[in-house]
Design a binder for this molecule. Sequence first.
Ligand code: HEC
Length: 122
Amino acid sequence: MKTLPLAGLVLALLVPLPVVAAEKDPNTGLIMAEGWETVRNNCTACHSAGLVTQNSGSRNYWLNLIRWMQATQNLWQFDTATEKTILDYLSTQYGVKEGARREPLPRELMPENPYKADAKSS
Ligand code: HEC
């Protein structure tokens, strides 16, 4: 009897959250979530928004990308609030894809490297 509430909790956790279809701006394809207009205004002047929407990554990935464009592609500087809005939007709407790539196997689970010099039997 004691296990029943726990079983219910486990079941509740297994029920997937409903997937809400995000509305996209017909002109740019950007997901119309908080901050999207700021991103449209600042990120579609030099290249299509498609370059943004087909990419995804962590906040740090987006920040590095912005710094790279600022350093090499004449992207203007943002004030702190604008940059935060842009990074919040990108890392939320175009964040790290779940299951896009599995974690690497721990070293001890990897097979022996057959090309390693000392693995050769001659
Ligand atoms: C001043 C011009 C300019 C603006 C504004 C600009 N970018 Fe870029 N961006 C570039 C250039 C140039 C490239 C390289 C394009 C290419 O390789 O064809 C690039 C490339 C990219 C790429 C592709 C990177 C890759 O790995 O291939 C992404 C994603 C991107 N920009 C996102 C953004 C975001 C997000 C913003 C707004 C914060 C933005 N860009 C604003 C100039 C700009």
